[in-house]
Design a binder for this molecule. Structure first.
Ligand SMILES: [Zn+2]
Length: 186
């Protein structure tokens, strides 16, 4: 489990009060039993339970404050070409180690465009650096493994990312052939 994706809650994970537009909340990121987890906490619960010692939660990794934004209505269903953001989300969901480098490059691109913000970075037990990002608008948390690319590897990875952006993650592999309709001539 090198990278993860955790969406922001729409309610406090302690008292279950729904968040309202533009209210502050806190996010605590921690290593759960099987995977990385987050708790989104309203200010009341934060003051009562966590404020004095946020790190007491088991597996604690990081925490920060955010402002909840009401999600916009879902966009109309449309076939869209992947952009850096959708491509990164797909790759994180696939969790394929082959895409570690590409995920990292995409995250750097998106950070430069201020689509995502770097919140923290933690050193894993294997010595590798894990970068924690939050989506600037919807509050989703992404964790990205730093592949510690060497300068002479950068070009290849960037070329691969450009190709993925151009052709998508899963280019048609010829498996789904169109059904041929036979006209009845009798
Ligand atoms: Zn609460």
């Amino acid at each position: 489990m090198d990278w993860h994706f955790r969406s922001r809650s729409h309610q406090c994970n302690d008292c279950e009060t729904a968040f309202v537009d533009e209210q502050p909340y806190r996010t605590i990121l921690f290593q759960g039993f099987e995977s990385l987890e987050r708790r989104d906490i309203c200010p009341d619960c934060w003051d009562k339970i966590y404020k004095t010692e946020p790190g007491k939660i088991e597996g604690y990794i990081s925490h920060w404050q955010g402002i909840y934004e009401m999600p916009p209505p879902p966009p109309p269903e449309a076939i869209q070409k992947d952009n850096a953001e959708t491509l990164l989300k797909k790759m994180i969901e696939q969790n394929n180690p082959e895409h570690t480098e590409a995920c990292f490059i995409l995250a750097v691109m998106l950070e430069r465009k201020r689509v995502i913000k770097n919140k923290d970075q933690v050193r894993q037990e294997n010595g590798k650096r894990m970068l924690i990002y939050e989506h600037a608008k919807n509050g989703d948390v992404l964790t990205i493994l730093d592949p510690a690319l060497k300068l002479d590897e950068l070009g290849d990875v960037q070329a691969k990312v450009s190709e993925l952006l151009e052709h998508g993650l899963n280019p048609s592999d010829g498996e789904s052939k169109p059904i041929v309709t036979v006209t009845d001539e009798s």
